[in-house]
Design a protein around this ligand. Structure first.
Ligand code: FE2
Ligand code: FE2
Length: 139
């Protein structure tokens, strides 16, 4: 298990499906970072990996959003906007990779990791705490 994934699972031990999805996303981000660090990084391959990350992220976000809807989470709209923004950022990275824009190399790995860890540490964490405080009997 990667460092990033381990940190996620420790924090989210009571939140098993979401935590394992975060771990999968973290692993894929590590693969993308490795590809980006390689000499002669093949940007079309990187674009494929980012597309795969987008697909996983989309499924994960839908999963969270179903729980938010079911639990009538008070910050649902804000959280969903955040998800949409994150998916748009990934789509921008895919477009840059497909154009072979090389200056993505310096920042993309860091930015994609930041994209993931900032979201999980802030809005996902707030949601997890809200759910934990709500308890099984609600409100
Ligand atoms: Fe999440
Ligand atoms: Fe989220």
């Amino acid at each position: 298990m990667t460092h990033l994934a381990a940190a996620s699972s420790l924090r989210e031990a009571s939140y098993p499906d979401i935590a394992s999805e975060h771990a999968r996303l973290a692993s894929l981000i590590e693969i993308i970072e490795t590809k980006l660090r390689e000499d002669n990084a093949n940007y079309l391959i990187v674009a494929d990996h980012i597309r795969e990350l987008m697909q996983l992220a989309r499924e994960h976000f839908e999963h969270e959003e179903v729980i938010m809807e079911r639990e009538q989470y008070s910050q649902k709209d804000y959280h969903i906007q955040n998800h949409q923004h994150l998916l748009r950022s990934l789509a921008d990275y895919v477009a840059l990779c497909e154009k072979g824009v090389l200056n993505i190399e310096a920042d993309a790995g860091k930015n994609i990791r930041g994209w993931f860890s900032f979201h999980t540490r802030t809005v996902d964490e707030e949601f997890r705490e809200w759910l934990a405080n709500k308890g099984p009997h609600g409100h």
